[in-house]
Unconditional design. Structure first.
Length: 201
């Protein structure tokens, strides 16, 4: 008689480099910006940044709207400074549907992604994590395992990549595994992982 298992495998891969003008290329939008791209090739979510070229845009805001790691609606307001510099956001966007400025900027702005990344495992469904396998990137880093989304979830545990490119680390979780009642997501920095496979039920 065949033995059936309820364990599934979900693999995510992310080697998409940060790109400071991936969402909006250099422009001075008078409110709504034209989007160059709306999603990332990895299928994951990224922290975004707004970069100003001028020095007369203090307190002007850029409102970014889209979806989070689970596909739920999300928005963030990023406030620029009086310097020509990048200001990073703190929310992870899987897709971007609009970028709206509070007023026209004195200099060009760009909107893009930084190295902070996140991915969901089986959407927002309740899962039990039984084990995982991580192929390390060329830089060591921490992977945060969230119950829920990074913005409002809870870190249940952490793991670390070893920083040797293409080296695999396998971990088995004892007993019945770890329950992620509000869905599971992982948070990491691009360059620290090449691929991750999660074994869950």
């Amino acid at each position: 008689m065949a033995i059936l298992s309820d364990v599934l495998a979900t693999t995510v891969s992310d080697e998409v480099a940060a790109d400071s003008d991936f969402i909006v290329t250099a422009a001075r939008p008078n409110t709504t910006a034209t989007l160059a791209n709306t999603a990332f090739a990895s299928g994951g979510a990224r922290l975004l940044s707004v970069t100003t070229a001028g020095t007369s845009d203090n307190a002007k805001t850029t409102t970014i709207t889209g979806t989070d790691v689970f596909g739920d609606s999300i928005s963030e307001v990023i406030t620029s400074t009086g310097s020509a510099e990048a200001v990073n956001g703190v929310k992870y966007f899987k897709t971007v549907t609009s970028v709206v400025c509070s007023a026209q900027y004195a200099g060009n702005i760009t909107v893009g992604s930084i190295a902070g990344a996140a991915q969901a495992v089986q959407g927002s469904n309740r899962i039990r994590l039984k084990g995982f396998s991580v192929v390390s990137g060329g830089t060591a880093g921490v992977i945060n395992f969230y119950n829920g989304a990074p913005e409002d979830g809870t870190i249940l545990f952490k793991s670390r990549t070893i920083g040797t490119d293409n080296t695999t680390v396998d971990r088995t979780i004892p007993s019945n595994g770890i329950v992620f009642a509000n869905g599971m997501s992982v948070e990491y920095s691009v360059g620290t992982i090449d691929m991750m496979t999660f074994f869950h039920a």
